[in-house]
Design a protein around this ligand. Structure first.
Ligand SMILES: NC(=O)c1ccc[n+]([C@@H]2O[C@H](COP(=O)([O-])OP(=O)(O)OC[C@H]3O[C@@H](n4cnc5c(N)ncnc54)[C@H](OP(=O)(O)O)[C@@H]3O)[C@@H](O)[C@H]2O)c1
Length: 283
């Protein structure tokens, strides 16, 4: 798209279309409201999914994408593809021919680059990822300005989205598309696998006859205190416990006790993370 014919130059406001009105889609609808941006329509696969959305849409659509959204796409728009990662490419292909030239198309996957949206040189494309575990759209909106956002895509789309989000105190950081998968693996390790790790700790606590609810609460409180330390100190400084103190006899006693449990993975997790802690964490 030549710059002298660029409908997104100069802070232009585009109508928003949210394709995939799930958790992220709904939190973006709230963001549109906060930013005074016009939300034209949202899309779910079925009428039932539209009806079950926690946040009512001003214009819910469903069914075949080109039929549902085609008639609403008469002018350049900001099209959010907030469907599950595996459907982004197909959904884009289904909608591609209906998208007016000069539109901005953006997906919110943390693992995929905007390459999946390539193919129409007259569109501006990007991927924009809020690094947050989004469940409730209202809670997500409140945390948006505190969250890290990564952005990647063509220069015009990146500039347009950064300008658009600035009034919400959201300042996305540009990443290389080819690096996104490592960025996402890092995020999954810190957030999703932390849940897995606490689940393992709960299993060990269960073997010590501690009730599951009690174990979850005590371990989350404990983990929070470690995370609070980590917010202000390096991993090496924040680490406490036997590996930090060099209490090797205690570590050996843990190994023996864990080896007696039915679940080998509990010992494996302990061994792997203890080895990393004993090797020395980063400053
Ligand atoms: N939740 C998070 O913590 C988070 C954070 C950052 C980024 N993201 C990214 O944001 C995107 C959306 O995630 P989400 O958590 O909002 O997911 P979600 O709540 O499960 O919503 C997914 C949406 O995708 C639609 N969908 C599911 N399968 C589909 C298919 N085969 N074809 C077309 N549409 C399909 C669903 O349609 P129906 O409503 O009709 O079922 C729903 O609207 C993903 O790319 C995800 O990686 C998520």
């Amino acid at each position: 798209m030549p710059l002298n014919n660029n409908p997104i130059e100069g802070g232009a406001s585009l109508p928003w279309i949210i394709v995939g009105y799930g958790r992220v889609g709904q939190s973006l609808a709230l963001l549109a409201d906060q930013l005074n941006q016009p939300l034209t329509a949202t899309w779910n696969r079925t009428q039932q999914a539209c009806a079950e959305a926690a946040l009512p849409s001003p214009n819910p659509t469903y069914g075949k994408l080109s039929d549902a959204l085609g008639p609403l796409l008469s002018a350049p728009s900001l099209i959010w593809l907030t469907v599950v990662d595996d459907a982004i490419e197909t959904v884009f292909e289904d909608l591609e021919d209906s998208i007016p030239a000069g539109s901005v198309v953006v997906h919110t996957s943390g693992s995929q680059s905007s390459q999946v949206l390539a193919g129409r040189p007259d569109l501006f494309v990007a991927s924009l990822h809020p690094l947050q575990a989004i469940s409730d759209p209202r809670a997500a909106l409140k945390r948006f300005s505190r969250s890290f956002w990564s952005i990647e895509g063509d220069d015009q789309a990146v500039a347009f989205l950064c300008d658009l989000l600035a009034p919400a105190q959201i300042e996305p950081v540009r990443l290389e598309g080819s690096r996104k998968i490592l960025y996402h693996a890092s995020a999954v390790t810190a957030a999703n696998l932390l849940v897995s790790l606490i689940d393992s700790a709960m299993a060990v606590a269960g073997a010590a006859d501690i009730d599951a609810d009690q174990a979850r609460q005590m371990l989350v409180e404990l983990a929070n205190s470690s995370l609070e330390n980590l917010a202000f100190k390096s991993p090496r400084q924040a680490l406490t416990g036997p590996a930090a103190r060099g209490d090797l006899a205690t570590i050996e006693a843990h190994r023996k006790a864990l080896a007696e449990l039915d679940d080998q993975s509990l010992l494996d997790i302990y061994e792997l993370l203890t080895a990393r802690a004993l090797r020395g964490l980063s400053d």
